[in-house]
Design a protein around this ligand. Structure first.
Ligand code: TXA
Ligand code: MG
Length: 337
């Protein structure tokens, strides 16, 4: 845990939310809060983002808690310039071409994560890829440069509500749930960034946004793969992508007794019967803290899977707060393949 300690689920931020002015002092303050593990709203040229240190899984878990997002979708990591982004991912020729043409700007590139990628498993939803973006407005880039680490940020609204284009919208949705919002006035673009995956083969349009398909095609000199021209949002939700991380082992949910040779994913202080004969144990949060559990979920699955067991037994996880997102992810991992 970082120095903000364990904040009980649902009460993500103990104090009130501060409104920081979009000047040098405000940027310094916002960067300091993010570096300490807090969640801060900040303007990009598209919409306001809900930013946290992308290298700190607990900080990223606080984003999901603040949004009340029922699923752990992969998040975009924001960087102050292209050079910083190139360090986090492996860019093929198309990715380079698009980055050079449209960054800074409303384009997100999904590329394979580099060996030294600092973006944590939770922000990447356990995927081997990473979504990177260099935002177009100066205030955001100043903030990112000051943080000095990738900043994970989904749009700064509660789940199911519209994306915010002013600091007031962020406060209306999240006052008391985040540390601060950096006020940069109205965001000029108003729709989210275009998301393009460059994972080998032709680039694929995953989400239409601030940069048009026509502009991408004109830049590349060839058609994109994926969504039909004029199609709306990609109907395949990111949580449903076949490439989504699933353990090799079978996942057995709501386990109250453990069979010999199974690996066990625990939560809280209860040990199911038979745990002594388990091949491996991992406790998501001995204290029963759902934010801590969310932060550790993907690394836990990866760790237990690496033990080479046939089955990972998972104890019941409470279906409250972040427990919903944890259970959603576990159900996907347990689904027949
Ligand atoms: O304009 C924007 O993009 C705003 C500002 C704050 O930057 N952010 C934003 O984030 O819209 P969010 O979390 O609402 O949307 C992120 C999108 C989702 O569609 C997600 O599926 C996709 O990016 N994404 C992120 N990582 C991905 C990955 N590894 N593979 C596929 N899709 C990914
Ligand atoms: Mg959103």
């Amino acid at each position: 845990m970082n120095d903000l300690g364990s904040i009980p689920d649902g009460k993500v931020w103990a104090g009130g939310t501060r409104r920081l002015r979009g000047d040098a002092a405000g940027v310094t303050e916002a960067a300091d809060l993010i570096r300490r593990g807090a969640v801060v709203g900040f303007p990009t040229e598209t919409v306001y983002g809900l930013g946290a240190d992308a290298t700190d899984a607990v900080a990223v878990a606080r984003i999901f808690a603040a949004k009340e997002r029922p699923q752990f979708n992969p998040l975009i990591a924001h960087l102050p310039d292209a050079a910083a982004a190139y360090a986090e991912g492996r860019f093929d020729a198309s990715a380079r071409t698009l980055a050079e043409a449209f960054w800074p700007g409303p384009l997100t590139l999904v590329v394979p994560a580099s060996a030294k990628c600092g973006v944590c498993d939770l922000a990447r939803a356990g995927l081997p890829s990473v979504a990177l973006r260099v935002p177009g407005n100066e205030l955001a880039r100043d903030l990112l440069a000051r943080v000095g680490r990738p900043v994970a940020a989904p749009s700064a609204n509660r789940s199911g509500r519209v994306s915010p284009t002013a600091a007031g919208h962020v406060l209306a949705d999240l006052d008391g749930r985040i540390a601060a919002v950096l006020d940069g006035g109205e965001t000029p673009v108003g729709v989210e960034s275009t998301v393009v995956a460059c994972l080998g083969g032709p680039p694929r349009l995953l989400r239409p946004g601030g940069i048009t398909r026509e502009a991408l095609v004109a830049c590349l000199g060839f058609e994109l793969d994926g969504a039909e021209p004029g199609a709306g949002m990609n109907p395949v939700g990111p949580g449903l992508l076949a490439s989504h991380y699933a353990p090799r082992a079978r996942v057995r949910l709501d386990a109250t007794a453990i069979a010999a040779g199974e690996a066990v994913l625990l939560f809280g202080s209860d040990l199911p019967s038979g745990s002594e004969t388990a091949q491996a144990l991992f406790n998501l949060s001995p204290a029963g803290d759902l934010t801590e559990a969310a932060a550790r979920l993907f690394s836990a699955l990866r760790h237990l899977d690496a033990q080479g067991v046939e089955t990972i037994a998972v104890v019941p996880i409470p279906a409250t707060g972040l427990g919903d997102a944890i259970n959603d992810r576990l159900h996907r991992a347990a689904a027949p393949r």
